[in-house]
Design a protein around this ligand. Structure first.
Ligand SMILES: O=C(CO)COP(=O)(O)O
Length: 263
């Protein structure tokens, strides 16, 4: 294959951490730790809680920081009587470019199923947001060696009804649940196996050109010490980082991964 046309993406999922004051500090520190070239070579994105988004927008716009941002979830609806929910149009108005959809923590704690995730993918796209669609198996599924069909089923469910053109605007994140926040990273080969199968499935369902454009991330205990070997895999185009993204220096080191590998 010719050289990889997909720009690497490092996205920090802060989960339910950091208030708006801490968010401002972290974003400023992160931007200061990376050069313009590093931020151009590797797309760097933060995904703070909703309550921090306005502050992050102000920091990014005010200081023209080359950092993108987005949210961790959105409502499948545009507006209305949905107490506690946030719509895609509200996120777009705040300058968000990304939104996480179908994270395993939402599937687990909020009982989100593939049909709802599909609605959320559509809601994101309808508002010009790039959904970061999370898929991944739990430990039991992995032990039964059913992880590939499990992830492909989640992928099919979440992308049902989308056109090939819409799919090129989706980022897929493979996050094995057993590797999230456990310090137990999947091996680079484990990550490649599923990311490669995801791309194969995209080729089958859509077409080769579409599949080659979709960025596929790995997530689960990613750190500065393991990012280079993960990024050396041909179908891994970036990472979705939880815990390590809360430390500006650690996250910056992750974003500097090209200095440690040639691919
Ligand atoms: O869930 C994750 C990112 O969405 C991964 O979290 P950790 O990097 O803390 O394992």
């Amino acid at each position: 294959m010719a050289s990889n046309p997909r720009r690497p993406l490092m996205a920090g999922n802060w989960k339910m951490n950091l208030n708006h004051l801490e968010a401002n500090l972290l974003v400023q520190k992160l931007a200061a730790s990376l050069t313009e070239k590093q931020l151009t070579d590797v797309e760097t994105v933060v995904l703070p809680p909703f309550t921090d988004l306005r502050t992050v927008q102000t920091a990014v716009d005010g200081d023209k920081l080359l950092i993108g941002y987005g949210a961790q979830d959105l409502s499948p609806y545009q507006s209305g009587a949905y107490t506690g929910d946030i719509s895609g149009q509200m996120l777009a108005k705040l300058g968000c470019t990304y939104v996480v959809v179908g994270h395993s923590e939402r599937r687990q704690y909020h009982h989100e199923d593939d049909a709802l995730v599909n609605d959320k993918v559509n809601a994101a796209l309808a508002n010009g947001l790039t959904p970061i669609l999370c898929i991944g198996e739990g430990l039991e599924v992995r032990e039964q060696l059913r992880h590939v069909p499990h992830c492909c089923d989640q992928l099919d469910g979440a992308l049902r009804g989308l056109t090939a053109e819409q799919v090129t605007k989706v980022v897929v994140a493979y996050e094995p649940v057993w590797a999230i926040g456990t310090g137990k990273t999947a091996t680079p080969e484990d990550a490649q196996e599923v990311c490669g199968e995801v791309r194969k499935r995209l080729t089958e369902t859509f077409d080769e050109t579409t599949a080659q454009q979709v960025r596929i991330l790995y997530g689960g205990s990613v750190k500065a010490s393991n990012i280079a070997s993960i990024m050396a895999q041909p179908d891994v185009d970036g990472a979705l980082i939880g815990g390590a993204s809360l430390d500006a220096e650690e996250f910056a080191q992750i974003c500097r991964f090209p200095e440690h590998i040639t691919r």
